[in-house]
Structure formats: structure tokens, C-alpha cells
Design a protein around this ligand. Structure first.
Ligand SMILES: [Zn+2]
Length: 73
């Protein structure tokens, strides 16, 4: 059954995009040292969604397998 499309928030522009069209990618946070707290933050990968325009603009790769992508009508 097909309900309403699920929406995800683009991590780069904050736009709401249909999940079918969104790109699954990773955002990397860099390692830095917080002097006030005295803690070293280690860079981590965060899985985020991105809209197609941001994905194309930033050259992001879709992590999802192509086979699992819905076909265009
Ligand atoms: Zn975007």
C-alpha cells in the first residue's frame, strides 16, 4: 500500500524533500580541540539526508544501492 510520501530534511539547506528523491550521504565532522572544555573532539561520520540539488551541487554520492531506488514514472 502506498501512503503519503515520507519527507526528510536536507542536512545542508533544511528543505523538506520526498524520501524517494533524497540522497543518503555522510557528513563528516572534523577533529578539533576544545580549549574551554579541554576535550578533544574526534571527527565522526554522521549519516544525513540531502536533497538532489544539494547532492549535485556538492558532488555527494548516494550511499544507497541503485537497485533499491524507486523507478521514475
Ligand atoms: Zn538541500
Amino acid at each position: 500500500m502506498k501512503g503519503r510520501a515520507q519527507y526528510v530534511i536536507c542536512a545542508f539547506c533544511g528543505r523538506r524533500v520526498p524520501r524517494d528523491k533524497a540522497i543518503r550521504t555522510v557528513k563528516r565532522s572534523f577533529t578539533y580541540f576544545d580549549e574551554r572544555v579541554g576535550i578533544k573532539h574526534v571527527g565522526t561520520y554522521e549519516k544525513v539526508w540531502a536533497c538532489p540539488s544539494c547532492g549535485r551541487h556538492r558532488g555527494l554520492k548516494d550511499l544507497r544501492p541503485k537497485r533499491g531506488r524507486p523507478k521514475k514514472r
